[in-house]
Design a binder for this molecule. Structure first.
Ligand SMILES: *Cc1c(COP(=O)(O)O)cnc(C)c1O
Length: 371
């Protein structure tokens, strides 16, 4: 089946008791046992599994072409489950512009438990040199946040394979509509489903999808069940509902982002545009090979420094100045001030989550704000 069909049908089962076409939200925390002690409904207790979560996990696994998926209460909880599943002392290699929330998680919560290096993962020499006997995980994020750097997934996988190191890819910016890391050799995919999967800036969630149901995955499932950072049935329901339109929404985001990037690149007040769909992007070729769409996120640097960048952002009418991404409405943010004092993000950089408004209105708004 094609991805549009999977998105709609994988989470749609007529409810056997009520014949409801859409799965009811099952709020019950506990499920009845049969006389022989078994659980004929397949569920015992909602921390371990719940009908809404099971259906959601089923559709997520299918969308990424994986063997199984696990849903969490947030993207950070999903990332944390991966780190918690690793034996004490494991060494992690992560990108130097890793999503700041997960980088801070490693630094603040896992120091002394795991070791990690944040490096330029695209440089094969640097990557090879960082690999130690205790390296157990290479974490990648492509396109990266907020610099939109592309990591060559196949190249990293080829290096990791030689040493039997797990490769996990944060696929939040791409979604499975634009990029399928498991098909390119990665072992694990992570998403903040708060973003494009949810798509309406009204729910938090995170997911992990595995290529194989192996021992490492069993450990992650244990973290999910025993740690209990699970999404509510309501959130699972909303996510399954949103996913039905994911392929069409993402295509709209991609189309608008490409046009907006092209407009910005030609604008005299813009110093630089970072979008993998532009031929000027340093890794445009790799992006073309591993992505089927370039995503809905872009960043640009304004001429005139941080003061001018702030003036632009405050002059916009349609773009809301807020963090996060992937919703139908366009958001813009001065990224360096969100990331805190140790940020390497340029101070004149603005990050845009391009929404699904009409592109002419978006361009008009930016055009007036830039002056
Ligand atoms: C938002 C985000 C996360 C964290 O997800 P939450 O749902 O906010 O916990 C991780 N990675 C990327 C790339 C993100 O954009």
């Amino acid at each position: 089946m094609k991805i549009e069909t999977i998105a709609i049908h994988a989470a749609n089962h007529v409810d056997p008791s009520s014949k409801a076409v859409i799965q009811p939200i099952v709020l019950s925390t506990t499920f009845e046992r049969a006389a022989d002690g078994t659980y004929p409904g397949g569920h015992i207790y909602s921390r371990a599994s719940n009908p809404n979560r099971t259906l959601l996990e089923n559709v997520l696994a299918k969308l990424e072409g994986g063997a199984d998926a696990a849903a969490f209460a947030s993207g950070n909880a999903a990332g944390m489950a991966v780190f918690q599943s690793l034996p004490v002392g494991t060494h992690i290699i992560a990108p130097d512009d890793m999503y700041h929330g997960l980088r801070n998680q490693l630094k603040n919560l896992f120091a002394g438990i795991l070791t990690f290096d944040f490096i330029d993962i695209n440089d094969s020499d640097i990557l090879q040199k960082q690999i130690k006997p205790e390296t157990g995980l290479i974490w990648i994020e492509t396109p990266s946040n907020p610099l939109l750097k592309i990591t060559d997934i196949k190249k990293v996988v080829a290096i990791a394979r030689q040493q039997n190191i797990m490769v996990a890819c944060d696929n939040t910016f791409s979604t499975p509509i634009c990029q399928q890391p498991l098909a390119l050799g990665a072992d694990l995919v992570m998403h903040s489903s708060t973003k494009y999967f949810g798509g309406h800036s009204d729910l938090m969630g995170g997911v992990l999808i595995t290529k194989e149901k192996n021992e490492k995955w069993a450990k992650i499932r244990q973290v999910q069940e025993m740690g209990g950072a699970i999404p509510s049935p309501m959130d699972c329901y909303m996510l399954a509902r949103s996913i039905k339109t994911l392929p069409y929404r993402v295509r709209g985001h991609v189309q608008n982002a490409q046009l907006l990037a092209e407009f910005l690149e030609k604008h005299p007040k813009v110093e630089k545009v970072m979008y993998p769909g532009l031929p000027s992007h340093p890794q445009h070729q790799i992006a073309k090979e591993q992505m089927s769409g370039f995503g809905g996120m872009l960043s640009f640097c304004v001429k005139g420094g941080p003061e001018e960048a702030k003036r632009v952002i405050n002059s916009l009418k349609l773009f809301t100045q807020a963090t996060s991404l992937g919703g139908v409405e366009s958001l813009i943010e001065h990224r360096a001030s969100v990331e805190g004092p140790d940020t390497k993000t340029p101070f004149n950089l603005l990050r845009v989550s391009v929404g699904l408004e009409h592109i002419d209105d978006l361009i008009d708004d930016l055009s007036i704000a830039l002056g």
